[in-house]
Ligand binder design. Structure first.
Ligand SMILES: Cc1cc2nc3c(=O)[nH]c(=O)nc-3n(C[C@H](O)[C@H](O)[C@H](O)COP(=O)(O)OP(=O)(O)OC[C@H]3O[C@@H](n4cnc5c(N)ncnc54)[C@H](O)[C@@H]3O)c2cc1C
Length: 243
């Protein structure tokens, strides 16, 4: 069973129409994460059937700092996890497990493509701000496919957080989640990017309905499958049950 850990909310800020940026201080030990990883929050809310609502949130702050960390959460309708994260007050303790995840830097050389949809930007920000990723200093194209500038954290915040001299960041307007034209638009964007320069590794995060087909496209274009990292936040075709 995963170890239950605690962190205290030290700051909470609203962003856009439905995002909340939370800063936490760890209680008793350092977090011990690598940029790109996530934690699983135990909301303590009992769902129908008696299971507790536990939800994953990627750490968007830099792994240079291990005693404080940041999460950004989009409110999803009446969803128990995101609403809990929008309610939690400064001073309250958060119960979580982790860090978890294999969305980790590939330290071999060559150009890199980082593609996030929607809230998937958090995992890519954590990755891009991480020590190992920055040390390899390879040319990096960052594409964020997102509905609008007030859908989640603003593009200016994402751009400012990255600030890598070898990274080019572009935020591209996306049709809403579930729109039938969404995949074709994302594929066209990736085709344009790899037409200009084929990456040697790629990081894809966010909507599983988009990033899995994008991986196929990259493999067809000659990118080795084992050099493509995926982190599906929702519509994950590989996941039938949530932990
Ligand atoms: C590895 C990982 C990291 C994640 N990191 C973040 C993060 O940093 N910030 C964040 O806001 N969320 C993140 N999520 C999503 C998060 O875990 C929850 O799924 C989300 O907060 C909704 O939970 P809920 O209980 O409020 O709603 P639920 O009732 O559980 O969710 C309702 C439905 O919305 C889907 N959904 C989740 N996110 C979106 C979205 N952006 N757009 C459309 N549908 C969505 C869910 O899959 C579900 O089908 C991450 C998920 C994973 C697997």
């Amino acid at each position: 069973m995963a170890e239950a850990r605690l962190a205290r909310v030290i700051k909470a800020e609203s962003m856009g129409t439905g995002a909340r940026l939370l800063t936490f201080a760890t209680v008793s030990s350092e977090l011990g994460f690598t940029g790109g990883q996530y934690i699983i929050v135990n909301t303590g809310i009992e769902l129908e059937g008696g299971k507790l609502a536990k939800r994953a949130y990627s750490i968007l702050s830099s792994d240079n700092e291990q005693e404080k960390f940041q999460l950004a959460v989009l409110r999803i309708g009446e969803g128990p996890g995101s609403n809990f994260m929008h309610r939690i007050a400064v001073g309250a303790e958060l119960q979580f497990s982790g860090p978890w995840g294999k969305f980790l830097p590939d330290t071999t050389s060559g150009p890199r493509l980082v593609f996030a949809t929607d809230t998937g930007i958090t995992a890519t920000l954590g990755l891009l701000r991480g020590r190992q990723f920055r040390e390899s200093a390879a040319e990096t194209t960052v594409l964020w496919f997102v509905e609008s500038d007030d859908y989640f954290i603003p593009a200016s915040f994402a751009r400012e957080s990255i600030r890598l001299e070898y990274a080019r960041f572009e935020s591209v307007a996306a049709p809403p989640v579930g729109d039938p034209s969404r995949l074709d638009r994302a594929l066209a964007l990736v085709d344009r990017s790899i037409g200009a320069r084929r990456p040697s590794c790629a990081y894809l995060a966010g909507d599983g309905a988009i990033i899995y087909p994008l991986r196929e496209r990259l493999v067809a274009a000659g990118v080795a499958q084992d050099r493509i990292r995926l982190e599906a936040f929702f519509n994950n075709p590989d996941r039938k049950a949530r932990s």
